[in-house]
Write a protein that binds this ligand. Structure first.
Ligand code: SAM
Length: 322
């Protein structure tokens, strides 16, 4: 193990033994679903910076992979939708985290009559080397882990997720992003990185890592304020603002004209009848159509006076053009 891995291991060993409420705080609400009760220790060990669980991805009893399990809250939430033995596979490198997670899941059985620990198959393994067959998973997820990785590790972790996903499978990610240049001294601070505070990439770079691996469709589902690194508490001259993003990367083929990246743009045609762009998009008068950034750029280039294109909301919830 190198220094970074040792630091990460130490941080999460400690976080497994003594739940640390503020470790990765999020403004994303915890799912409230009928008959779902999250045990309090599991809730205290919510070390994610968003949510990767979305019912829209989870119809048809999908096989689910979750990498970096923490206290198991999202494993339990995924199980809510895939209720059979081994339907959710959880991967983590930290033995103590695995033990804590297993104990939380046993506790969860007591307050969730539908739940059995055996729904979740927990394995000790590394995100960089997944112990799974190619094309074997429908939905893969990671929450607040990949930002810890350095460039080459991030690429390897994404490659692994891509490899194990079935065609059209979905990778759901939740990670901090930052549009400012995080100073090298903070970026190279192993502890800050392990705490998910200094490894954040700008959103466009993060998306590019995903499309470079081969994901043909990207959905930016949420972007929320996350943290401030200020000059009093951190070695930085300026205030650094970090956001947290929820993204879904779909293993679709990349279209010939490039990947479809949905950031929440919408086109509204306000002329008469309808407008057909000759490229598969029909806009009906005053009916909003969610469009990817590529389509937004193509429609803008037409310079028409009867099409409005909204800016990115970064809250894309499906229903788009491609
Ligand atoms: C910030 S926590 C997030 C936990 C969980 N995803 C959540 O949302 O609560 C990061 C998790 O990744 C695990 N981890 C760290 N390095 C890992 C690696 N190389 N492979 C797999 N898991 C790793 C840690 O033990 C910890 O459980």
């Amino acid at each position: 193990m190198d220094i970074q891995q040792i630091t990460t291991y130490d941080v999460y060993k400690a976080a497994a033994e003594n739940p640390e409420k503020g470790l990765c705080c999020t403004t994303t609400p915890v799912w409230k679903l009928p008959d779902l009760t999250v045990p309090s220790r599991m809730l205290e060990m919510n070390y994610g910076c968003g949510s990767t669980v979305n019912p829209r991805d989870l119809s048809g009893n999908p096989g689910i992979l979750y990498v970096g399990i923490g206290g198991g809250m999202e494993l339990l939430q995924f199980s809510y939708f895939s209720r059979k033995k081994g339907a959710v596979i959880g991967i983590d490198v930290v033995e103590e985290m695995i033990d804590a997670c297993k104990a939380n899941l046993v506790e969860a059985e007591k307050s969730n009559s539908w739940f059995k620990s055996e729904f979740i198959d927990i394995r000790k393994a590394d995100a960089l080397n997944l112990p799974l067959e190619d094309s074997s998973i429908d939905v893969a997820a990671q929450n607040c882990l990949f930002n810890i990785f350095r460039d080459d590790e991030l690429q390897q972790a994404l490659k692994e997720m891509y490899r194990v996903l079935k065609p059209n499978g979905r990778l759901i990610l939740s990670d901090p992003t930052c549009e400012q240049n995080i100073p090298a001294n903070l970026k190279n601070d192993e502890r800050l990185r392990a705490l998910c505070l200094s490894g954040a990439l700008p959103l466009n770079e993060y998306i590019k890592r995903l499309t470079d691996i081969g994901f043909g469709t990207i959905e930016v589902r949420a972007k929320r304020p996350y943290r401030i690194l200020d000059p009093i508490h951190y070695e930085t001259d300026e205030l650094i603002y970090i956001e947290s993003c929820e993204i879904c990367a779909i293993k679709d083929p990349v279209p010939a004209d490039g990947p479809c990246v949905f950031t929440g743009k919408t086109a509204i045609y306000y002329g008469d009848n309808f407008f057909d762009d000759g490229n598969g998009h029909t806009l009906f008068s005053n009916q909003p159509l969610a469009i990817c950034d590529k389509t937004a750029a193509a429609l803008s280039a037409l310079n028409r006076q009867d099409i409005f294109i909204s800016s990115s909301t970064y809250f894309y919830d499906g229903g788009g053009c491609c």
